[in-house]
Design a protein around this ligand. Sequence first.
Ligand code: MG
Length: 383
Amino acid sequence: MTICAALIVAAGRGQRFGGDLPKQYARLKGERLLRRTLRAFCGHPKVQRVVVAIHPEDAAIFAEVAAGFARVSAVHGGATRQDSVRLGLEALGADAPDLVLIHDGARPMVSAGLIDAVIAELSAGPGAADGVLPALAVIDTMKRLGADGRICETLSRENLVRAQTPQGFRFRAILEAHRKFAGESLTDDAAVLERAQGQVVTVPGDETNIKVTTMEDLARLAAVLTENRTGQGFDVHRFGPGDHVMLCGLKVPHSQGLIGHSDADVALHAGTDAILGAFGAGDIGQHFPPSDPRWRGAASDRFVRHAYDLLLERGGALIHLDFTIICERPKVAPHRAAMVASVARILSIDQSRVSVKATTTEGLGFTGRQEGIAAQAVATIRF
Ligand code: MG
């Protein structure tokens, strides 16, 4: 069996990043970047060991970051990235693996698929290269500046690629190359192997595998990780005596009313369940039990507002709330704009985030027989 180790480089001080801590310890959605990076490698079935090159001053925070991960050990890095990698490789050499993946600690979005692709290319048989790196095309035109700051040359993009990590190597080959060229300041490990006349090939990189060097990079990653979710709600109320129905918080005159414990606003009930459903917060019956006398005759705007406030408390945002009201009578179309305005007012959101539609069931079923009104709602939220 091929033994594959990962060497994570996390000893840098990140001068370009600012902040109190080196960038690899910055938080992304509450989790430190290095912990997310470790999770990618520790959770990969083809990676047996993980060594992390850290700065000696970071021992305490590293212990926090690595808590709970098996097969992870730390080694003190050096003054440059190249030194840190060499020291990490020497540490691994005590029980040498066949392959090593060398990866930037501040590149937390590395996917299992990319790790697989690098390992597969290294394992491609007798003719396999000694080194593999994930590469991306260069999209922008590249210019070379002269000493006076003016452009002196336009480079051809044709044979240029951007190198990412993890870069994978046959362990012996990269260890020997690093020993031989120690003390130089080569910026990636493929360059060290190239220097030793080793052959390096590429696999397709991944645009989301961003290396965090600035606060702006961190913001880009947060945007990549932003999660949209959808919830749906459905409700029915039966017609009874009355002279109006409540729909979307709006009083709509009708020859009958809707029966319910509260004001029987079937649309807002569906809307409440849609919002609650989008973040797994139960349903309207749990939050406002029909058995509770407090909710007798209650205006249903309280229910939907409560669901929305819970969402805000959890750090979510409501992107859109879309209603479908299903009935033969009353006709919804004349009230549609007022219903949209009503929901937007109840939730203090822009009207562009609310949609109200209506349909009949062509005279079929309970809504067709005008025994009651049904409503559906779909909420789109973002965390
Ligand atoms: Mg209801």
